[in-house]
Design a protein around this ligand. Structure first.
Ligand code: GDP
Length: 300
């Protein structure tokens, strides 16, 4: 078992009780521990560096008040900064979806294969239908895997939403435009477009999803990322963020036992709010993202 950050810091600060302020000297060793904790949580190195830099800047000169030890004071700074980085300062609206004034509001889903895109479409459809009373249509622009289209049909049915059929012979842009046309004619409030994912970053896939984006101009472009993803999260996030104007992130598989350092890496690269968390394979396993909880989880 890994120690949590407070325990780890407690070990290194025994020798420095009674100091009134956090200084370069009394925080150096503790910052090393913070850095290690983040690396163990699988946060990518550039994100760790930036974060440590910020904590250092905020911590130096901070008063150690009352009965707190310098370690506890530093943990406070780390928690505050990590919460802010996770989006605590963005306010609860950050986790809300935007709905276009002129329906249908289009939500485009992006991400690698296997991260949970299709499942998340089902979860969103269910949430929008039941909680927001929206009439929802889904469509799959994954023309490479017929099984993916069938899977979307199945989860859409379970969510009680409408499904627009597509086939492997169609082109993704045409599929998206046809579905949009159908949604307009049938007064859907929301159209969710699922897209193909590859196992790795792929130039063609990026061009294709950018073309779909250009054709339908979604109000939300959600990047779906697996919380279990380690250091690689940063490269994937960069590729999608460069290819598409993302509006938000969905972090899936938070029910797994990873610390979820991917959250920090993805925020570091995109700066976009994490709107939802996936917490089970079932369609009710979608929660509004909680920045403070995520910060605690990353710190262990
Ligand atoms: P896609 O290829 O990105 O569309 O991914 P899928 O939606 O097919 O999901 C891949 C696997 O991850 C499936 O077995 C899902 O049941 C599972 N999955 C998706 N979201 C979650 C989640 O939040 N928690 C867990 N435990 N599993 C999930």
């Amino acid at each position: 078992m890994l120690d949590n950050l407070t325990q780890r810091l407690a070990k290194v600060v025994k020798t420095m009780r009674g100091e009134a302020r956090l200084t370069e000297a009394n925080t150096a060793e503790m910052l090393r521990e913070v850095r290690l904790a983040l690396l163990e949580a699988d946060v990518a190195l550039p994100a760790v560096r930036e974060f440590i830099g910020k904590v250092k800047e905020k911590a130096l000169g901070e008063e150690v008040v009352g009965s707190l030890s310098p370690g506890q004071a530093l943990v406070g700074v780390v928690q505050r900064e990590l919460g802010a980085l996770m989006g605590a300062d963005l306010g609860p609206e950050a986790a809300q979806l935007s709905f276009a004034q002129q329906p249908p509001a289009i939500i485009l889903m992006a991400g690698l294969q296997g991260v949970g895109k299709t499942t998340t479409v089902g979860k969103l459809a269910k949430y929008l239908r039941e909680q927001k009373k929206k009439k929802v249509l889904t469509v799959s622009a994954d023309v490479y895997r017929p099984a993916a289209i069938a899977q979307l049909q199945s989860v859409t049915g379970q969510a009680g939403a409408d499904f627009f059929p597509s086939t492997a012979q169609d082109k993704p842009v045409d599929i998206a435009l046809s579905a949009l046309d159908w949604a307009k004619k049938h007064y859907h409030d929301v159209l969710i477009i699922d897209t193909a994912g590859r196992l790795g970053i792929d130039e063609e896939m990026m061009k294709e999803i950018a073309a779909v984006h250009g054709a339908v101009k979604p109000v939300e472009t959600l990047f779906v990322v697996d919380a279990m993803l380690g250091q690689d999260a940063i490269n994937t996030a960069k590729a999608f963020n460069d290819a598409l104007p993302l509006t938000g992130i969905v972090l899936t598989k938070l029910d797994g036992d990873s610390r979820g350092g991917a959250a920090l890496s993805v925020r570091h690269i995109t700066g976009k709010p994490i709107k939802f968390a996936g917490v089970s394979e079932k369609l009710d396993g979608l929660e509004a993202f909680d920045p403070a909880r995520m910060a605690n989880r990353i710190l262990g």
